[in-house]
Structure formats: structure tokens, C-alpha cells
Design a protein around this ligand. Sequence first.
Ligand code: NAD
Ligand code: DAU
Length: 357
Amino acid sequence: MKTYFVTGGAGFIGSNFVLHILNTYPDVRIVNVDKLTYAGNLENLASVLDDERHIFIQADICDRTAMAQAIDAYKPDFVVNFAAESHVDRSIVDPGIFCQTNVAGTQTLLDVCRDAWKTSSGYGDHKFLQVSTDEVYGSLPEDDKSVLFREDTPLAPRSPYSASKASADLFVKAYHETYGMPVNITRCSNNYGPFQFPEKLIPLMFHNACNHVKLPVYGDGMNIRDWLYVEDHCRAIDLVLNEAPVGEVYNIGGHNERTNIHIVEQVIQYVHNNIDTTVDASLIEHVTDRLGHDRRYGIDPTKIGRDLGWQPETPFEVGIIKTLDWYRTHQAWIDNVTSGQYQSYYERMYKNREVLS
Ligand code: NAD
Ligand code: DAU
């Protein structure tokens, strides 16, 4: 029986990963460590909170004592580090917490794992997997679609968020080179699916459209993101954990580049067709651009396909409907996460954005 030590398992991708693993393997144990920041939500895990294979611990990955105690108590085979501050807009307003959680937190976990796992004969079958992002590579030219992020593309982060993730990647690599730690790094493109907090593009636009609130498209709306259904990302992470040689980095993506305005129009069309026929494109409002806004992301996933046999299984047209169906049928979940502090967050982020003509 394998024990997975998952950090950030109450967030969007982490909770999808926990559910994926528990649904895939009957004989498994998950130790789920999450600080429960604004982005962590135990409602995401409601279906497994009573499952004895799932152990939840509320703790901060920066807390060395708590991490050491948990690793010592459960002796995990794998550590999968999802825990992070993940929203670019927040990192522009308050970079410090990104440095703390994403860099210092990752380095703390690496230290704790090294000390717990290292023996005179090495690290056995343990593995530390760092869940990173395509944003560490910076921004691509929009006029040449043949240029994609490869694993050997130089790191060139441009936002405080991506700088913190790139720093964490360098620490993970350094622990591999210096202490021989068995690590992998995965760098995935934009995820979408159930349980994504509505500070991110798709759930935010859905929530606003349903409530007849303007849809704030940054700049000209022609920035490009490469979208992957979250379940496909979770499968890839598990494959890398179980099959990949240590020390390797894998890009994860599904060749699915879309402009933001295209995504927003799809959300509007869904809401119009399924919820409220009065919702239309007149809700779109082009507003002041994100500072330093990366223009285009595009992943080359050749390596993980060739070496590990991973392929995305969910076409975007299927995944986006599944996702929006999920939000439509989980109104209570949306109501809960958009009450309280969400309103002041929204005011802070959007009130002063100028509407572009
Ligand atoms: P999220 O913001 O939805 O969830 C982050 C989780 O981490 C939350 O549950 C939060 O409570 C927890 N957390 C935050 N600080 C913590 C701390 N100090 N200690 C313990 N737990 C803490 O993020 P997400 O979108 O699920 O992203 C998960 C990971 O995947 C992140 O590392 C992110 O950089 C990476 N990633 C995200 C995407 C994407 O499109 N969302 C794509 C590629 C990579
Ligand atoms: O590429 C992977 C990354 O994808 C992850 O590492 C990050 O954790 C995740 O948040 C995501 O980052 P983005 O900045 O691409 O995602 P976000 O949903 O914030 O924005 C997607 C695009 O939509 C981006 O070009 C900005 C734009 N946008 C976003 C919001 C919230 C808008 O135009 N209006 C908005 O209100």
C-alpha cells in the first residue's frame, strides 16, 4: 500500500488529485496537509472526509516541526507539493506571501523529506514531486505558434507568482543535484474543471454572468492560455510519480491554445443557452490590463507523451461543458466561496480598473 503525502489538497487541483487517487486505487493512503487559506476548502473533499484512506491535517508547509511530525508519523512513499499561493493578480498586490509559501515552504518540505528519507544506501523508492507551472518560462510570441515551451526552454518568469514558482523549481533541482534527492518537477498549463476558486478566469466569468455582473476582460482579451482539463493533469502527475526516472522535468499540456475573449464568449453562450437567455456579450467590459501580463503560453508535451505514454483525454469542447455543468449544479458551493471575504477581494481587484473604450 502506497502512502501519498499531498500538500494543498483542499485547493482546486489538489482536491481533484486526492479524489482521483482514491477513486483509482482501492489500496492507498493519502495524508492531506493544507493550511486552509482562502483557497482551501474542505467542501471539495466532502465525499472522502469519512474515508479512512484519507487523513486530513490542517498545517502550514512553512512549519518545519509540523511537517517533520507528519512525515515521521505517516512515513509517506511520495510527497506531492501542490500547496502554493496560486493567483497572479494577488501576487502583484502582495508578493511577500508568495515568497514565503511558494519558496520557503517548498524548501522547508525538501529539508524535512531529505532528513526523513536519507539512509546510508540512499533514498529508497521515495519521491518528491513539485507541481510547477508553465508560467516559469515567461511569455511566448503570439505571431509564431510553432514556438512552444519545452523542458529546456530557459526559465524567464515575469510575475511575482511565476518568479516564486521558478525559485521553488531551482531549489528542487538543487536538492537533487546536491543531496541526490529523488525529485520530479511537472510544469502544466492552465487547468480548468470543478472546484476552481472564482478568482480565476472561467469560474469568475461564469459567476458574474449568472449574476448579471460585468465581465472584466483584461486589455484587448487576445492573451492566449493553453487549457487542460484538471483530471488529465492529475493522471499525468500520478504517472510521473510512479513511472518517471528521478531528476526529470515534464511539461504537461494538451495543445489547446485559446484567447481569453474566446473563453469568455463560450461562458456567455453556455449561460445564455442553459441558465438565462438575457445574458449576452453586452456584459463584456474591457478593463485596464494586468501589470506585466504574459501574452501567450503554449506547452510542448512531447516528452511526457513519448517517455511515459501520457495523452490528454478530454477535448476542450467536452471539458468546458462538463465544467460549466458542474458549476451550474453546485450553486451552494459557489455561494459559499463567494460570500464573506470574496466580496472585498472583488472590490479591491476590480473597482479601480478603468473601462477601456
Ligand atoms: P489553489 O490556490 O486552488 O490551492 C492552493 C492550496 O494550497 C489551497 O488549498 C491552500 O489552502 C493551500 N495552501 C496555501 N498556502 C499553504 C501553506 N503555506 N501551507 C499549506 N497549504 C497551503 O491552487 P491550484 O490552482 O489548485 O494550484 C495548485 C498547484 O498547482 C500550485 O502549486 C500551482 O502553482 C500549480 N499549478 C496551477 C495551475 C492552474 O491552472 N491552476 C496550473 C499549473 C500549476
Ligand atoms: O499557466 C498556469 C497558470 O494558470 C497557473 O500557474 C496559475 O496558478 C493559474 O492561476 C493560471 O494563471 P493565469 O494568470 O493564466 O490564470 P487566470 O485565470 O488568473 O487568468 C487567465 C487569463 O485571463 C489571463 O490572461 C488573465 C485573464 N483574466 C483573468 C481574470 C481573473 C481576465 O481577462 N479577467 C479576469 O478577471
